[in-house]
Ligand binder design. Structure first.
Ligand SMILES: Nc1ncnc2c1ncn2[C@@H]1O[C@H](COP(=O)(O)OP(=O)(O)OP(=O)(O)O)[C@@H](O)[C@H]1O
Ligand SMILES: [Cu+]
Length: 453
């Protein structure tokens, strides 16, 4: 088990074998260092150009030498050829991309954004679809129990559910266990515990077969959806008025019968609306969730997302991702950014063109995303998107600066109008210019620092 591992099903006993620099977290740090060396596609194109550039320049230097041999001494001709080589030295060109990437990812890291693959900055800057997970991403991921209903006494329902949920790491499970703790209910021992991600938990508690989870999960145990004749008390689709109508619901089945439900209220992140608005200027914004329709609609409306898909199992989130990608994008296919918490959307995070994981509390998400937000704010997603755009612009400026310098100086040098010593200084200056332009990123890295707590 790795440091920061999140247990999704069951419980575990663990022995610590390694610590310090041998942990997964330490490996993350080295991943970031490796990322700073990874190249965006634009750099690969530059490398390809350089492959022609270098032999071309060597040839040019030789030709220059031969031409000047006719009119000047050998020493002078060598000097001129040297000047050509010196001005043509593509060090500024070579520096243009890595220096910007280094500064941008360094700035991001300081702000709590880990960019694991800097090559994706270019993809991110061109993204035209954004797919958000709901729980833990758009919401704080710390739901609270807002109601308990059913044929059984509420405390009894809560105690049985909490007994099972104490073995689960799902946010709903934690909320239920917390609520039971507040009410000073003691969880009972559980036998034959099972958990299915995106569905729920089940097990034997005090001789009773207890099933806790989504309506589909109870149905898998042969417990029907609402039947008005058998149990008119609980209709999850109509129950709950006003605020409660948009709450999430966890159903409880006992011994093959529906026994009741627990309502959970999730709170939208304070910066969710702002983030969605900022990103929708660049492409479609979607929301995917395993939660029921109503709860999804409520969060979607609050966040300002119209494209909402509810009731998705983890693998269905992956299908939605593919569907969004197949939509009409600028280059045929869309470039999709998936933003999730890594709990039940790891597959989609990994499959997205760029996966951004919110590591709110759980270091597990570190493993999943291409970019990991450890700063805890959702608006950092919009910030890193903007940073990607600014970095790419900065790289393009650098390349232009370097090319203009070379294009202007090489003819001068070839004509014998440039002293080799001046060419030397010019080369250093052009590199400095590029570095200076890249350093500007530091100041503009996160634009106006709005929304900082
Ligand atoms: N441990 C659990 N206890 C109770 N219900 C669960 C549990 N795990 C899953 N469920 C049920 O399955 C549904 C889907 O769960 P899933 O974890 O896929 O998504 P979610 O937490 O609702 O939200 P999101 O998909 O936005 O992260 C939940 O709404 C809940 O009804
Ligand atoms: Cu150089």
């Amino acid at each position: 088990m790795y440091a920061g591992t999140r247990l999704v099903g069951g419980s575990a006993r663990l022995r610590i074998e390694r610590s310090g620099t041998l942990t997964r977290l330490a490996k993350m740090i080295s991943l970031v260092e490796a990322a700073q060396l990874s190249k965006p596609q634009i750099a690969r194109r530059v490398d390809r150009i350089a492959a022609y550039f270098v032999p071309g320049i060597l040839l040019l230097a030789i030709v220059t030498f031969i031409v000047h041999m006719r009119t000047a001494t050998t020493g002078e001709a060598v000097g001129i050829a040297m000047a050509v080589l010196l001005t043509a030295c593509p060090c500024a060109l070579g520096l243009a991309t890595p220096i910007s990437v280094l500064i941008a990812s360094g700035m991001a890291l300081k702000a709590g954004i880990v960019i694991k693959d800097a090559g994706l900055l270019e993809t991110l800057s061109r993204a035209d679809a954004f797919l958000f997970d709901k729980s833990g991403t758009l919401t704080y991921g710390r739901p609270a129990v807002s109601g308990i209903e059913g044929d059984w006494p509420p405390e009894q329902l809560l105690r049985l559910a909490a007994s099972l949920e104490s073995m689960s790491a799902h946010p709903f499970a934690q909320a239920i266990v917390r609520e039971a703790g507040v009410r000073e209910l003691r969880p009972a021992p559980v036998e034959r515990f099972v958990e299915r991600p995106g569905m729920g938990v089940a097990g034997t508690v005090e001789g009773m077969r207890v099933v806790v989870g989504s309506a589909a999960w109870l149905e898998a145990y042969g417990i029907r959806r609402f039947d008005p004749i058998i149990d008119p008390m609980i209709d999850p689709m109509t129950a709950g008025k006003g605020e409660a109508a948009g709450d999430s619901v966890v159903h409880i089945g006992i011994n093959g019968r529906r026994a009741g439900l627990i309502r959970l209220h999730e709170q939208l992140r304070e910066d969710a609306g702002r983030t969605v608005r900022a990103l929708s200027a660049h492409g479609e914004v979607w929301m995917a969730t395993g939660d029921r329709e109503r709860a999804a609609a409520r969060i979607g409306a609050l966040a300002g997302i119209r494209r909402v898909r509810a009731g998705l199992l983890p693998e269905q989130k992956l299908n939605l991702l593919r569907e969004v990608r197949a939509g009409k994008g600028r280059a045929g296919k869309r470039r999709v950014v998936m933003i999730g918490d890594g709990a039940n959307d790891s597959a989609a995070l990994a499959a997205a063109d760029v996966g951004i994981a919110m590591a709110s509390g759980h270091a597990a998400a570190l493993e999943t995303g291409d970019i990991v937000i450890v700063g805890g704010r959702l608006s950092q997603v919009a910030e890193v998107h903007a940073l990607a755009g600014r970095t790419m612009r900065n790289i393009r400026q650098n390349l232009l600066l370097a090319l203009v310098y070379n294009a202007a100086m090489i003819p001068l040098a070839a004509a014998g109008l440039l002293d080799p010593r001046l060419a030397c200084i010019g080369m250093a200056l052009s590199s400095l210019l590029v570095v200076g332009n890249a350093v500007r990123l530091r100041r503009t890295a996160f634009g106006r620092r709005t929304g900082r707590p």
